[in-house]
Design a protein around this ligand. Structure first.
Ligand code: SAM
Length: 269
């Protein structure tokens, strides 16, 4: 199977037979990837569908493609993992967004806790825009079917009291805590590993860790403390390792048989 380049495009573009790429993607096709007419790319509508397109015209004024086939998008895990990540230093936070998207996290909630290295007042909209483009590029690069969701940063107490849209759904809520001695992350996942669509929320602390009061608050909001073992990991290591353990244990690292040229499994979105 030849790996095609992936692009997320607005869903309304796929209503026509001929697709005109928006200027940023047209520029990328022409100037960065240097693709030629006749080559194929995979466009995604971020609604669960993938479109195999053949490039027919590549000009400085625009790039046009024709629809070859519409398929259910692959690359999306069954597991819906929402990560509540305490805000950290810029590069670290962006690294976590990028790598955890590659691993398969579905939704991110940036959280301001007592020891977070960033505050809510830091120009949020500009940051959100940058974070969204990091998620999109990571999702395109690794072949996800959807761009992970991103919520506006919120205070820990609000996230725990379900004042954010991300928090009400999953019955399994876990907090990574290096002080936990009884339950490992792996143990806590056992109840959901055979579920057809496992769903959980995972709270990851900042470099300075959670305060004892925050762990108590998280416990009373139904977040079970879990350990990643005896070694204390840096925040970004903990986030990535935890995401990988969740996706692995829920069966989302397994290979599925390819049923089409683009590796689609034949399911519907
Ligand atoms: N300041 C803390 C200390 O020195 O004891 C360490 C905090 S750690 C660098 C950052 C975050 O990663 C923690 O808040 C926790 O969520 C997670 N973490 C790191 N190692 C962990 C472990 N072994 N088990 C569970 N969570 C861990």
């Amino acid at each position: 199977m030849i790996k095609m380049h992936h692009f997320f495009l607005p869903p309304e573009l796929f209503k026509q037979e001929r697709i005109n790429f928006p200027p940023p993607q047209a520029r990328q096709i022409r100037q960065v990837l240097r693709l030629a007419a006749g080559e194929r790319v995979l466009a995604l509508d971020d609604l669960g569908w993938a479109y195999e397109l053949e490039l027919v015209e590549i000009k400085p004024t625009g790039v046009e493609a024709r629809m070859v086939q519409k398929l259910p998008a692959s690359g999306e895990p069954r597991t819906h993992l929402t990560m509540l990540l305490c805000l950290s230093q810029r590069e670290k936070f962006e690294w976590m967004l990028q790598k955890c998207t590659e691993v398969g996290v579905s939704t991110f909630v940036p959280v301001i806790s007592a020891r977070s290295l960033a505050r809510a007042t830091d120009v949020v909209e500009k940051k959100m825009e940058r974070w969204r483009s990091i998620l999109r590029e990571a999702a395109e690069q690794c072949g996800r079917g959807r761009i992970p969701g991103l919520h506006a940063p919120c205070y820990l107490a609000d996230a725990l009291s379900k004042k954010t849209p991300a928090t009400p759904t999953s019955p399994l809520r876990l907090v990574l805590w290096e002080g936990e001695r009884g339950t490992s992350l792996g143990d806590a996942l056992i109840p959901i590993t055979n579920h057809p669509q496992p769903s959980l929320q995972l709270l990851v602390g900042p470099e300075g860790g959670f305060s004892p009061e925050e762990i108590t608050l998280a416990g009373s909001a139904g977040y079970q403390p879990v350990s990643l073992g005896k070694r204390i990991l840096r925040m970004e290591t903990a986030a990535l390792v935890a995401a990988a353990i969740v996706l692995y244990q829920c069966g989302d690292v397994a290979l599925e048989p390819h049923q089409s040229a683009s590796g689609e499994s034949g399911e519907s979105p």
